[in-house]
Design a protein around this ligand. Structure first.
Ligand code: F0G
Length: 458
C-alpha cells in the first residue's frame, strides 16, 4: 500500500475568514451589481477568484523580508534573486519587474513591432493584449484536443507542430519576433505542455531561426506534470526537469505571483545580450532601475526563496493533488468539470451544468453568482462576459466553452475547504433544473468589460 500525500508544512499563522448568511450575501451581491469583482473580500468565505498573488509565504520567506536590502542600486537582495534565477532557469541575463504583464511590456517593447505575428499556445489575456497593443497579432497554435473538456489528453497545453509550421511558412522570419509558449497553459485550463512538445517546438524554431520564449508563470506545476506523466522523467527531480525545459528556449517572462510563491513580483530572464540591453532601457523607463525593477528589496529576497520552494517535489505534490482532490470530489458528485484537471484550477462546464439558462443570459456568470450566494465562494466567469463584444459588429461573442474557474491559492486553504466547495456545488447541481433565467447587462465598458460590468437579474 502506498501512503497518501500530505502537506510538507504546518500552519504557523492564520487569517480569520468570516461565514455569512445567504440573506447577507444576496444583499451584498445585489449591491455589487452582480459582479463578483465588486465584492468586498471580507464578504467572501472562500476566495477562488485567482491563484495569483494570493498564496501564503513560508517562515523562510518572511525571514528574508526582514533582511531585505532596500538600496536603490546594487542591492544584495537583487544579487540573491539573480543568482537563484540563474541557478533554476539557466538563463544568463535577468531583469526584475513588478509583475508578469510588466515583464511582457518591457520585453515586447524591445522585440514586437507593428505587423508582427506571435504564435503560441492560447496566449494569456495580458500577453495577447501587449501583442495587440503594438498592432501585432497573436496566433493560437494549440492542439485541437485542448478545446474538448472531456478529452483526457495528458498535455492539452501542447502546440500543434503542423499549425506552427504553417505560420512559419506563411510569414517571413522578420515578422515573427518569437514564439511564446505558456507553461502551464492558463487559457486552456492550466493544462501542461510536455517536454517532448517543447523540444519539438524548439527544434522547429531553430530550423526557421525564430527565438522561443516561455510565459513561465506556472513552470513548476508544469514540471510536476512532466514528472508524473512523461515516460523517462519519473526519476528526475523537479529542478532537473525545469532546467531541461528552459534549456530549449531563449528566455522567459515570469509572473512571480504564481510559482514564485510571492504576492507581487515578476521578471525577465534570457540569453541574448542584445535583447537584454534593449530591454534594460525599457525596464528603467517603465519599471525602475535594473537592480529593483519595481520590486522592494525584501520582496526580491522572498522571491528567491519562493523559487527554491516551488521547485520541490513534496510541495508540488500537495499543491497539484489538492486541485485533483477537489476535481475528483466534483466528478464523484456528477458535476461537469474540465478534465484532466489543471495545475492551478478546476473549471466548471456551465454549458453542461445549466443548459436550462439561455446563453444570452450568461449562464457561466449565473453559475458563478449562484456559487457565491449559496456558499460564499468566489470563482470567476470564463465565458461570454470575458470574451467581450465583437469589435466591429458589437454583438456578444459566444465562445465555444462557458466556464467558471475555481483557482486555488497556494498553501492557503485546507482540504476541508475543498470539501465545502464540493458540497456547495453538489447542492447547486442537485437543483440545477430549477435554474431557468440568468442576467442582463445594464452597464459595461467598451473593452475588458468583465472587471466593471453591471447586471440585473432577469
Ligand atoms: N501569464 C499568465 C499565464 C498568467 O496567468 C498571468 C496572470 C500573466 C501572464 C500576467 O501576470 O498578473 O503578474 O501581470 N494571470 C492571473 C490569473 C491574473 O488570474 O490567471 P500578472
Amino acid at each position: 500500500m502506498e501512503l497518501p500525500y500530505a502537506e510538507p508544512y504546518k500552519i504557523k499563522m492564520i487569517e480569520h475568514i468570516k461565514r455569512s448568511t445567504k440573506n447577507q450575501r444576496l444583499k451584498w451581491i445585489k449591491k455589487a451589481h452582480y459582479n463578483l469583482f465588486n465584492l468586498a473580500s471580507e464578504n467572501v468565505f472562500i476566495d477562488l477568484l485567482t491563484d495569483s498573488g494570493t498564496g501564503a509565504m513560508s517562515d523562510r520567506q518572511w525571514a528574508e523580508m526582514m533582511v531585505g536590502d532596500e538600496s536603490y542600486a546594487g542591492s544584495s537582495s537583487f544579487k540573491k534573486l539573480k543568482k537563484t534565477v540563474r541557478k533554476i532557469t539557466g538563463f544568463k541575463y535577468f531583469l526584475p519587474t513588478h509583475q508578469g504583464r510588466a515583464a511582457e511590456n518591457v520585453l515586447f517593447s524591445a522585440m514586437v513591432k507593428e505587423g508582427d505575428v506571435v504564435p503560441g499556445n492560447s496566449h494569456f489575456d495580458t500577453t495577447k493584449g501587449h501583442i495587440e497593443f503594438r498592432k501585432a497579432s497573436a496566433i493560437d497554435c494549440t492542439i485541437d484536443e485542448a478545446f474538448d473538456t472531456s478529452n483526457m489528453h495528458p498535455f492539452k497545453g501542447n502546440i500543434d507542430i503542423n499549425k506552427l509550421e504553417v505560420v512559419f511558412k506563411k510569414y517571413p522570419k522578420e515578422r515573427i519576433p518569437f514564439v511564446i509558449l505558456t507553461i502551464t497553459c492558463n487559457s486552456a485550463g492550466g493544462q501542461p505542455v510536455s517536454i517532448k512538445n517543447i523540444s519539438e517546438v524548439s527544434k522547429l524554431c531553430k530550423q526557421y531561426d525564430i527565438p522561443l520564449y516561455f510565459d513561465a508563470a506556472r513552470f513548476s506545476e508544469n514540471a510536476y506534470f512532466i514528472k508524473k506523466r512523461e515516460v523517462g522523467y519519473e526519476n528526475k527531480t523537479i529542478k532537473e526537469i525545469v532546467k531541461e525545459v528552459f534549456s530549449y528556449g531563449d528566455g522567459m517572462t515570469m509572473s512571480a505571483k504564481k510559482d514564485g510563491l510571492v504576492n507581487m513580483g515578476g521578471f525577465i530572464a534570457l540569453n541574448n545580450k542584445k535583447v537584454y540591453k534593449e530591454a534594460t532601457v525599457f525596464n528603467i523607463m517603465f519599471e525602475g532601475f535594473i537592480t529593483y525593477g519595481g520590486m522592494n528589496g525584501r520582496d526580491m529576497g522572498a522571491l528567491a526563496v519562493g523559487l527554491e520552494e516551488s521547485t520541490e517535489f513534496n510541495y508540488l505534490e500537495s499543491r497539484v493533488e489538492q486541485i485533483a482532490y477537489l476535481g475528483e470530489k466534483l466528478v464523484e458528485y456528477g458535476v461537469p468539470v474540465q478534465q484532466p484537471f489543471g495545475g492551478h484550477a478546476i473549471f466548471l462546464d456551465a454549458n453542461k451544468f445549466v443548459p436550462t439558462i439561455p446563453r444570452e443570459e450568461f449562464r457561466a456568470q449565473a453559475l458563478a453568482l449562484e456559487l457565491y450566494v449559496v456558499g460564499g465562494i468566489r470563482g470567476v466567469e470564463i465565458g461570454t462576459i470575458l470574451a467581450d463584444r465583437d469589435p466591429i459588429t458589437r454583438e456578444n461573442r459566444y465562445p465555444e466553452l462557458e466556464l467558471v474557474r475555481l483557482a486555488v491559492p497556494r498553501r492557503t486553504y485546507t482540504n476541508n475547504h475543498m470539501d465545502y466547495v464540493a458540497a456547495t456545488l453538489k447542492m447547486i447541481y442537485n437543483t440545477r433544473e430549477e435554474a431557468k433565467s440568468g442576467y442582463k447587462i445594464i452597464n459595461e465598458a467598451p473593452i475588458m468589460r468583465h472587471f466593471t460590468i453591471e447586471f440585473d437579474k432577469i
